[in-house]
Ligand binder design. Structure first.
Ligand code: ADP
Length: 624
């Protein structure tokens, strides 16, 4: 026998699981059953695709049994099994990088959500919530030697040679005091039905039943019974009419390891040149790794009911990475590899049709259930917007689905809502980008739009600046950023041409005073109360976006300069007009620029200069 220390992460993880998930400890059974089912999936796949395994024939089975007197619970499968090194890699070390992330996410997640466990694949260790020690007897398909792995789940585990009939794994738990409640036929049946009803293989429960005589009296003897508890069908293969809401919900909970009801599901069977079934779900809460590059994709691929992969990011486009579900194809080869999948014509048709179907479901949700769609937007609006620049073919459909904050309404606004509120003759949809909704609402750039009753969309997602210009147009309405030159045509109509002429010399003097600090100085049509604002040229990135890229370490080096716009009606501008002294005019010019940058949340390169110039102006105005 050889004894090994757990990797540090494993010990940490065990402690965390035991302490933080204790109130959900019944999920240990679901985790073990799901491992058993995965192991059978793996072997079935090999038998179907690998010459070496073709000779193995087996009837998939998961058996659960218990001995209340001895305090043991056993979960047995005839799946792929493990050899010595598998045991070490899978149960002794954290081979999968997922576990580190799990620990980090647990530390972040104050609610200690039990869903995290399955999402990271640390399910086996959940056993230690109910057991003092666990023994795993296992034999790998195609190998002769079986192995016994044992551990009390503290610091170390032992591995030794063992005997086992046939391939597969037997996990035996020596229950602790809290685990004893599970050593009951009724409790186990309840849990299997609750969590594992749609596991695709039969789950049988073995139990002792009292024997009765003809008169209905106990004989004092017991009989060993063995009964299948779950429905053991691939739910997605059953006709829709046979399925009730509970069936879909329960299947989802298992599939996605989520305790909450899904927001939406869509079950499609395609029969034509290409045959396949899809069942997609949208979780009611965004997966925690939605914004991580190493997110776990949520769609499982089956070929003729044989599980192929759940780790392929190509099954759906990344902007739909929050979708969970199953794709089962009749036409793909069983030994389809990742590379083949990528270029496979069948797969690409399934994918294209699935994306269309999913987007249509979103649209339907928006039309039929406002509250649910609000939840949808709260969670998924941002990834969906990524689709505007990654999925050109579906751009129009996505444009109907994305939502915005707006100056004209609370909550979410669609482009259709905006369009219905446009003023007569309005030619564009206006939007402003920046990093905080609150700051955007107060931006001086909105003053004239507000006064004129023109609605402006408030776009405070970092990606807005990238994706909204890509969208270009909504119907005949162009999308225009108010913080850009050229977005003010509709406001320009109001301009006083005479005043413009009078101010031309001031504009020239300001330009000279500001020199390299600005790209240009212009009279503004956008301002009502504020003296100045900054905009960027039509094709330049906004100041906030440049800042964002710098923060990401993506400084292009090319400093794109703002255009300073001044409000012809403002007192400060009038004062500037009469100022004869060029150095004092320079103070006014820079204060106008600095202020405009500050309200937009753009950090000043030289804050001390701002303070010095402001103080000089204040001191002067305070003088009698
Ligand atoms: P997960 O199943 O999510 O990967 P677990 O900690 O539950 O995480 O299991 C770790 C690994 O141990 C599994 O990925 C699998 O390789 C192996 N394993 C667990 N249970 C079994 C089993 N019943 N049969 C074969 N392998 C198993």
């Amino acid at each position: 026998m050889s004894t090994h220390q757990f990797q540090t992460e494993v010990s940490q993880l065990l402690k965390l699981i035991i302490h933080s998930l204790y109130s959900h400890r019944e999920i240990f059974l679901r985790e073990l059953v799901s491992n058993a089912s995965d192991a059978i999936d793996k072997l079935r796949y090999l038998c179907a695709s690998d010459e070496q395994y073709k000779a193995i024939s087996f009837d998939p089975l998961i058996r659960i049994s218990f001995d209340a007197a001895a305090g043991t619970l056993t979960i047995e499968d005839n799946g792929i099994g493990m050899n010595e090194s598998d045991l070490r890699d899978n149960l002794g070390t954290i081979a999968r990088s997922g576990t580190r992330r799990f620990l980090d996410a647990m530390a972040e997640d104050k609610k200690r959500d039990s869903n995290l466990i399955g999402q990271f694949g640390v399910g086996f260790y959940a056993s230690y919530m109910v057991a003092d020690s666990v023994a795993v007897t296992t034999r790998k398909a195609g190998e002769e030697q079986a192995w016994l792995w044992t551990s009390d789940g503290k610091d170390s585990y032992a591995v030794e040679p063992a005997k086992r009939d046939g391939h597969g794994t037997t996990v035996s738990l020596q229950m602790n005091d809290d685990g004893r409640e599970f050593l009951s036929r009724w409790r186990l049946e309840e849990l299997i039905r609750k969590y594992s009803n749609h596991v695709a293989f039969p789950i049988r429960l073995s139990y002792q039943e009292d024997e009765y005589d003809d008169k209905g009296k106990k004989t004092g003897k017991t009989n060993q019974k063995d009964e299948q508890i779950n429905s053991a069908q691939a739910l997605w293969r059953r006709p829709k009419n046979d399925l009730k809401e509970e069936d879909y919900v329960e299947f989802y909970k298992n599939l996605a390891d989520d305790e909450d009801k899904p927001l939406l599901w869509s079950h499609t069977r395609a029969e034509g040149t290409i045959e396949y079934t899809t069942l997609f779900y949208v979780p009611s809460k965004a997966p925690f790794d939605l914004y991580r590059a190493d997110y776990q994709p949520g769609v499982k691929l089956y070929v003729r009911r044989v599980f192929i992969t759940d780790d392929n990011k190509e099954l759906l486009p990344p902007y739909l990475r929050f979708v969970r579900g199953v794709i089962d194809s009749e036409d793909l080869p069983l030994n389809v590899s990742r590379e083949i999948l990528q270029q496979n014509r069948v797969m690409s048709s399934i994918r294209t049709a699935s994306v269309k179907k999913i987007l249509a479901e979103f649209k339907d949700l928006a039309e039929r259930d406002k509250d649910a769609f609000k939840t949808f937007s709260d969670n998924y609006n941002r990834p969906l917007k990524e689709g505007l620049y990654t999925d050109f073919a579906n751009r129009d459909a996505i444009l109907e689905l994305v939502r915005f904050k707006s100056t004209a309404a609370d909550g979410w606004t669609s482009l259709a809502d905006y369009k219905s509120r446009t003023k007569d003759g309005q030619k564009a949809i206006y939007y402003i980008t920046g990093d905080s909704e609150e700051r955007l609402r107060k931006s001086p750039l909105l003053e004239m739009y507000r006064k004129e009753g023109i609605e402006v969309l408030l776009c405070n997602d970092e990606i807005d600046e990238l994706v909204i210009p890509m969208a270009g147009k909504y119907g005949e309405l162009e999308l225009k950023a108010v913080n850009r030159a050229g977005a003010d045509q509709e406001l320009n109509a109001q301009r006083d041409k005479g005043r413009e002429k009078d101010l031309a010399p001031l504009v020239e003097r300001l330009k000279k005073a500001l020199g390299e600090a600005v790209k240009d100085v212009k009279l503004s049509s956008r301002l009502a109360e504020s003296p100045s604002c900054i905009v960027v040229d039509e094709h330049d990135p906004s100041m906030q976006f440049q800042q964002f890229m710098k923060n990401l370490g993506q400084d292009s080096g090319a400093d794109v300069k703002p255009i300073l716009e001044i409000n012809p009606g403002h007192d400060l501008v009038k004062i500037a007009e009469t100022e004869q002294d060029e150095s004092r005019l320079s103070d006014i010019a820079f204060v106008l620029l600095y202020q405009a940058l500050v309200v937009e949340g753009v950090p000043l390169k030289d804050p001390a200069d701002f303070v010095a110039r402001t103080n000089r102006l204040l001191a002067r105005s305070a003088r009698p």
